[in-house]
Design a binder for this molecule. Structure first.
Ligand SMILES: Nc1ncnc2c1ncn2[C@@H]1O[C@H](COP(=O)(O)OP(=O)(O)O)[C@@H](O)[C@H]1O
Ligand SMILES: [Mg+2]
Length: 283
């Protein structure tokens, strides 16, 4: 259980005297247990879309339906992981993982101890159970955060650049870790990233959004075999997908950028300038 249906969803933010249209008539369907990644230029509305599914925001128009019921707010059926997911700094790893289970809303999720034990094992944190967040590496902290969300066994995982703060090596290890968890306990996952390799490596489908205001630009079926292996990144099929997605994302990012001169077409911009532009947008 965890199908998501986003129908004709628009979202406007009123900030002082200017209105920002973050999303414009977005339609998106995610099947139960599907792994979908969302990519797009910075500011295109990826986080807004995720927040609407999570129930942290309400659409200005249109509807978000999860498992057949319109979203009216956050719920234990949807676990949310951010780039820096908050752990309670004064609680140990195991206390953090157990915390959600102690809330009244989650009393029916089962007895805490075996659930926490299993997650400590699965996330490789058993030896670090008594540590507090400040005593963990970035990757361990993010694993603890994911474990604390998985503890309440949500049918849907909504992840907003969950590995964005990690170095490249830790990041690729975390990608495999996430896939392993997903293979073992299928959940519906919507993961936002601006790392195109990550988007393809993880996904059944990658959805590319247009630059501001956010719409769906293209939906790409990632027909790579599962389970995914790190080595797949150098296969022709992977590279073809990456080039394709990169092209769309680049073209979209360009639209929000003033041309260097009157004749500058999107293909004429050197990569270094493009990278600088994207970095500037990411800040
Ligand atoms: N709470 C808010 N108030 C006003 N504007 C917002 C708010 N949240 C997002 N926006 C605006 O909506 C657009 C999309 O933002 P966001 O969803 O964060 O993009 P992304 O996650 O793709 O970088 C941006 O122009 C952003 O400034
Ligand atoms: Mg964002």
């Amino acid at each position: 259980m965890g199908s998501i249906s986003v129908s004709a969803v628009s979202k406007r933010f009123e900030t002082g005297d200017v209105d920002v249209t973050a999303l414009d008539a977005v339609d998106m369907q995610v099947r139960d247990q599907e792994f979908v990644t969302l990519v797009g230029a910075s500011g295109c509305g990826k986080s807004t879309l995720l927040n609407l599914i999570a129930g942290f925001e309400t659409p200005s128009s249109g509807q978000v339906v999860v498992d057949g019921a319109p979203v009216r707010g956050p719920g234990p059926d949807r676990g949310v992981v951010f780039q820096q997911t908050a752990l309670f700094p004064w609680l140990t790893v195991e206390q953090n993982i157990a915390f959600g289970l102690s809330l009244r809303a989650n009393r029916d999720k089962g007895e805490a101890t075996p659930i926490v034990e299993r997650l400590l094992e699965r996330t490789g944190l058993a030896a670090f159970r008594k540590r507090r967040p400040a005593e963990l590496s970035g990757g361990m902290r993010q694993r603890a955060a994911i474990a604390s969300v998985l503890a309440i066994d949500p049918s849907t995982l909504l992840m907003d650049e969950p590995f964005g703060a990690l170095d490249a090596l830790t990041r690729s290890i975390m990608q495999d870790f996430l896939l392993e968890l997903w293979e073992a306990r299928r959940k519906t996952v919507v993961l936002v990233t601006h790392d195109i390799d990550e988007a393809i490596y993880l996904a059944d489908r990658t959805i590319v959004m247009t630059a501001h205001p956010g719409r769906i630009s293209e939906v790409i079926e990632v027909d790579l075999p599962r389970p995914r292996r790190y080595e797949m990144r150098s296969t022709a099929a992977f590279i073809r997908l990456r080039d394709h997605v990169t092209q769309i994302v680049r073209a979209e990012a360009m639209k929000g950028t003033a041309p260097l001169d009157a004749t500058a077409a999107s293909s004429a911009m050197p990569d270094s300038a493009m990278t600088a532009t994207m970095n500037a947008h990411t800040k």
